[in-house]
Write a protein that binds this ligand. Sequence first.
Ligand code: FAD
Length: 430
Amino acid sequence: MAAIAAARAGAKVLCVERHPFPGGSSTAAMVHPWLSFHNKRGEQVLAGLGQELVDRLQVVGGALGHLRDSIGFVHSLTPFDPDLTKQVMLQMLVESGAQLLLHTFISGVEVEHGSVKAIRTVNKSGEQRIEARVFIDATGDADIAYRGGAPIQPNRKDGKLMTQPLTMNFRLSGVDWQPIRRFVIDNPDEFHHETLFEELKRGEELTAVSGYFSKWREVNEKLNVPRDRLLFFSGVRGDECYVNTSRVTQLDGADAFDLTQAEIEGRRQVTVIADWMHDHIDGFESSFISAIPTQIGVRETRRIEGDYNLNQDDVVCGAKFEDAIARSAYPVDIHAPSGSGLVTSEAPDDWYEIPFRCQLPRGLENLIVAGRCISATHEGHASTRLTPTCFAMGQAAGVAAAQSVQNRQQPRELDFQRLRQSLRGQGAIV
Ligand SMILES: Cc1cc2nc3c(=O)[nH]c(=O)nc-3n(C[C@H](O)[C@H](O)[C@H](O)COP(=O)(O)OP(=O)(O)OC[C@H]3O[C@@H](n4cnc5c(N)ncnc54)[C@H](O)[C@@H]3O)c2cc1C
């Protein structure tokens, strides 16, 4: 999103991506659905490039628009097809005029006088050195900021990792949603207490299921999956279901050795969960695994220390800021770093705002950070990390980078009101 926004704002852009396709966790890790473009009152709080992507996906059958979240945790969810998302995002990138360099890993950073002078990359062609006036770090793991020496917030306590667990999602096809729906309606105690039971009785679509508590409790130890419930979502096609239930704890998603172990364990869990659902849950008798993602999903690794650190109070109380570049109304949503539970907060009444300062790493001048690695506490991050919010932060980083280059100003020196105005011009809600 950052590359598209910067190119549309008139900048010369090179977008470096290690995978052979864009989309990050949405495509590579099949993290599904997008949560959430709306606040609890049903008002849309996120739009811009994220909304454009949804609209364009709908045209090609890759999305259904925004649907009610039948778990009742948030107002809306947005199912999408990961493969069609790769296609549409690639089209958006190419049309924007941004140059792409896929299959390329950012391996090093050169810093001079407190600014990033160049990044070093490695790929099949060898090693390269790439200079730019402004850099955007949208690596999720703050790879550029970290390698450039910017301070990173501590994420261990008493030797234990305090980051959220990793999860290998997967997609089942051949699912019959009718018996699932009947079971949810008939057994409310078995499901998340906010589930829209009354609406489901009146015919509301079943888009998400969180529970099967008793059945799952009987088996999760045997399957060795540290999770307290089954969680799955309907997809774009009527017989699909995206399962977000596996959980790998106490491994560092920014460490290749830990990631290797996590991939092995994540794939083991996919098989045992899919087999168990097939054999024990009504509606899954004819189900089969139709997709396992390229990589395990990584929720949380490095978070930068920026000019502002967004926290839980900001989220819950709906904090507003003069330099706001995005809104969100998603509550704090923490999958326990160790253990099987979930810790959540109230959502703000309207929305909270993310200040541009969260995207500015201390100690580096010409670097803007976007996505899940911005400056936020563990709790603040547990809300800002959601994909539509990351889309909006990417868009803001792109427009800010373009303005920095055009005005010959550092990102910190930008006129925030002009930045916000340009974002509104690109359809963002700020
Ligand atoms: C299991 C799981 C479940 C989730 N559930 C939901 C959900 O239901 N709904 C929701 O909206 N959000 C959900 N999230 C959160 C959301 O998916 C992510 O927080 C969000 O997508 C992060 O976006 P990002 O762009 O910051 O990072 P990423 O999506 O991680 O993208 C980073 C990009 O940078 C590339 N990259 C990284 N390092 C390098 C490098 N050194 N060189 C070159 N390229 C590099 C990667 O390949 C990738 O394309 C979930 C996350 C996980 C892991």
